[in-house]
Design a protein around this ligand. Structure first.
Ligand code: PEP
Ligand code: MN
Length: 329
């Protein structure tokens, strides 16, 4: 049950009533409002108070992420609005490999119209023998690239112990598909006031995905962008099955913006463009795509990274689709 309080009330009266009923609760300041979430519903649904502006009993298991108390959230990432009129494109390499290459890619994607840069320093690789990313060393490169190019940077954090450090260097923390139900990590990024790009785990239902966002919101961080990146199905002609339908369903259930990563489900360069176009046509608020100056030589995901030229082509087409829908990129 969500209680949205009137402006400038502390909520102490409501909290007392919740305590009287031995229910659990959390007091949060979310989206400029003081909100109390209390559970289970059956213990608290009779509560009334002059301090309450609105009381919402959601039909979903997720509450704070639910569309039932808020129409739409726009997440601001260092001046870039995700979830507003414009579709935001984030582009960059799968992994940051060295300073010069990363800055070269960042400059090129900016020139082509990307509003954010991506690049991993902590890489969740299936094999421990595969390139694991530059780790801490890469963090300095993120800073240099930010200074050189000026676009906000999104990068993955894999370990609770790195959340503090990464928060100081990146503009948006990415939680990868393989860590999507790492609840300790979700809570840790929830305690930071840093926007989060939350990938859907490839074995997760839409409801489970939205519940992972709930973990972050319940710690007081409302700046979450959900990211569909493909799920595992019986289909083997693509790396993962991009669940556009699931993305559409999620959008109908949450106020949070939704991103789509067309690169990881595609698994190969020539499938990336049509998947990205389909995602924007279906209402994605953000596209995050892998781009490299020399994809063949890339140290990870070389088959699916776009060349700069392919990315420029993609941007032109994305713009056409967005414009047709009254949006822009
Ligand atoms: C990535 O974006 O670099 C990545 C590893 O994605 P995912 O977690 O979706 O596999
Ligand atoms: Mn990758």
């Amino acid at each position: 049950m969500i209680f949205i309080l009137r402006p400038n009330v502390s909520g102490s009266e409501v909290i007392e009533l919740i305590k009287d009923r031995s229910a659990s609760y959390r007091v949060l300041d979310l989206y400029g409002r003081r909100v109390i979430v209390a559970w289970p519903d059956k213990l608290v649904e009779d509560i009334t108070s002059n301090d309450i502006e609105l009381k919402v009993k959601t039909k979903h298991k997720f509450q704070l992420a639910s569309i039932e108390w808020r129409d739409r959230t726009v997440v601001e990432v260092d001046g870039v609005s995700i979830g507003g009129k414009n579709v935001v494109v984030a582009a960059g390499p799968c992994a940051i490999e060295d300073e010069d290459t990363f800055i070269e890619i960042a400059r090129a994607v900016k020139k082509a119209g990307a509003k954010m840069v991506r690049g991993g320093v902590f890489k969740p690789r299936t094999s421990p023998y595969a390139f694991q990313g530059l780790g801490i060393k890469g963090v300095e490169i993120i800073k240099k690239a930010k200074d050189a190019v000026g676009l906000p940077i999104v990068s993955e954090v894999m370990d609770t112990r790195d959340v503090e450090l990464m928060s100081r260097y990146v503009d948006m923390l990415q939680i990868g598909a393989r860590n999507a139900q790492n609840f300790a990590l979700l809570k840790e990024v929830g305690r930071k006031r840093k926007p989060v790009l939350l990938k859907r785990g490839f074995g997760m239902t839409v409801e489970e995905w939205l519940l992972t966002a709930e973990y972050i919101l319940l710690e007081g961080n409302g700046d979450v962008v959900l990211c569909e990146r493909g799920i595992r199905t019986f289909e083997s002609s693509t790396r993962f099955t991009l669940d556009i339908a699931g993305m559409v369903a999620a959008k109908s259930m949450t106020h949070l913006p939704i991103a789509v990563d067309p690169s990881h489900p595609a698994g190969r360069r020539n499938y990336v463009e049509p998947l990205a176009l389909a995602a924007v046509a279906a209402g994605a608020d953000m596209i995050i795509v892998e781009v490299h100056v020399d994809p063949v030589k890339a140290l990870s995901d070389s088959e699916q990274q776009l060349t700069i030229k392919e990315f420029e082509e993609l941007m032109k087409k994305l713009k056409l689709i967005a414009n047709a829908l009254g949006r822009d990129v």
